[in-house]
Design a protein around this ligand. Sequence first.
Ligand code: 13P
Length: 251
Amino acid sequence: MRLKLVAGNWKMHGGIERNRDLLSIVISGTAGLQKTACAVCVPYPYLSQVQSLLKNTHVSWGAQNISQHDMGAYTGEVSADMLTDFCCYYVIVGHSERRTLYGENSRTVSLKFKVAQDAGLVPILCVGETLEQREAGFTEQVVREQLDAVIGLVGVDALARSVLAYEPIWAIGTGKTATPQQAQDVHVFIRNIVASYNVKVAAELRILYGGSVKASNAAELFAMLDIDGGLIGGASLVAEEFISICLAAQN
Ligand code: 13P
């Protein structure tokens, strides 16, 4: 059985005091979780703070992006080794905001995936289509291209040490959630692609759904067979919302 994961993606939100308040409530509110793992992916400047707040707790932490390079003259970039210095467990790669706003393509994303894994980090690989692509019937083609790029570089077995997140771009931050069945259909499609290479890796792969997940819709999404948790944006900044989503994953 796949252990569910609920990961918060704080995006460019946070503050020293606010982080402390949020995380202390999240730690106590999720203390009883049994079959669900819980994590937060925070902006780089807070990694040190979050590490000290979360170490020795059941909540893991990670970053939202990583450089594909090991080191060098890359102003503003952050390497895998730097993330491991702060004991990050996860790093998000290929978030749609990175792809659309910062020009990351599937090749860059797969290099980031590889660099992260080589350093012992667990990449959370995001895939998903735009509204235009969905309406034109290209969802599967888009997701397949994003996934194939990574499998082509690292091989399918590497997915065993990663997490996937299906995040339809039209559902991110819009309040418009994919229906449980829409999400389930794409999750099955993803799992089948992986299964065409390796059935065991596919069966064990955690595929999260992301896009306007809230306390009010989490349970119905997580009830779907192939939805193994969520990648949560806005609702991860509100302690009670995030806790409720974690609890919904457990039930
Ligand atoms: P929202 O939950 O704010 O829609 O964001 C989803 C997301 O992009 C998580 O990575």
